[in-house]
Design a protein around this ligand. Sequence first.
Ligand code: HAM
Length: 423
Amino acid sequence: MKFQAPRGTYDILPDEAHKWHYLEKIIRKNAKFFDYKEIRFPIFERLELFQRGVGKSTDIVEKEMYVFKDKKGRNFALRPEGTASIVRAYIEHNMNSSQKNPLRLFYFGPMFRYARPQKGRYRQFYQFGFEYIGNPEPIADAEIIAIGWKIYQDMKIPNVNLELNSVGCVNCRRKYYKELKKFLIRKRGNFCSVCQKRMNSNPMRTFDCKNKNCQNLLNNAPIMLENLCPECESHFQKVLDLLNQMNVKYNVNSKIVRGLDYYTRTAFEYKIEYLGAQDAIGGGGRYDELIEYLGGKSTPAVGLSGGLERIILSLNEAKIDIQNEESLDVFIIPLEEKFVKISIEIMQKLHKKSISSIISDSQTSLKNNLKYCDENRVKFAIIIGENEIKSKEFTIKNINEKSQKKIPTNEVCEYIFIQLKNN
Ligand code: HAM
């Protein structure tokens, strides 16, 4: 039997790993700038958390969850997203009681959705996320949106479109749903079967349908933005004003409704046209009802998540190369097995100075070892043979500059340390 990675999953091979480190570094840097603290939570949770948190009628819960029973017959699911878990942890650890101020959390890790794999859509994918819990003010929405914007800018992703909407609060939505349902039911038979089903459970999700015919039918549909209550309208306007002040470029798009049920008021997505069908590299919004709905005290919150695979795809499509800056400092090449012992001593001294170094095997020819250094952008090679031991001087090759120098044995580590510092 030939084993392969499961459909919709993939390996990140060493050649690609530096891209992930680069993105993670930018995410962590911004978390630090905005004082978001890291939270790590389980890969699996009770199924009911996602059913209740994300919403029973969403695609994620209806069709895309990896569900399994444990040995006691309890239902669990691999996490399809992070927000529900964070809210669970927030309530479980009473995180509000020790906090006088709102809480800022970020996370990074794999999520799982059993969707049909295609470009930009995987069954295991990586998300980063930021959640701002406890601040009802528009500044919290603007902060979260601006963090996403800054992260994508720092990653140098060209042509990111930020699309913004307000999906209202429970009060204005109740009135709006009645109107929208009336409109949809009049044309019911012309909509696709998915929209027909959504009309009852979550009529706003019809705006999410990719079917051209459904989109045309929705052209004159009433929109949430024109039916907001005065509080939601003022909140949305203030978010827009703050984003203008922060120089964040956005488009208001009344069709951004999001595929998760917990949103209230602000909802947004960052999109990249050149990615094709799976064009959202991130999204989020306010979820003022979720914490209470999952058993906590009524607490406002807003957050965002971004998809790492789609970010890497965008950079590849835009031909933006992420340089691998993680190359090895020193490759020690003992020309015979008897020089391995002294090579170990040098390696340990280099490690003490925080210089990365490894020892080649003495079976490989010097030519091949130097070829390896070239191909892997190693910075220095130390060659140790009979002559070097006798003369008490090692040959140090600067691989990039294609030069070499003899350095007294006891000064080698210091010499390389200074060279690396000056570069
Ligand atoms: P989401 O829109 O479902 O939101 O996912 C966020 C991002 O994850 C998407 O924009 C996309 O880049 C990426 N993504 C989603 N599914 C896949 C997939 N199958 N393959 C590859 N990438 C994918 C959430 O998950 C919310 N928790 C966001 C949030 C945080 N709302 C408030 N706080």
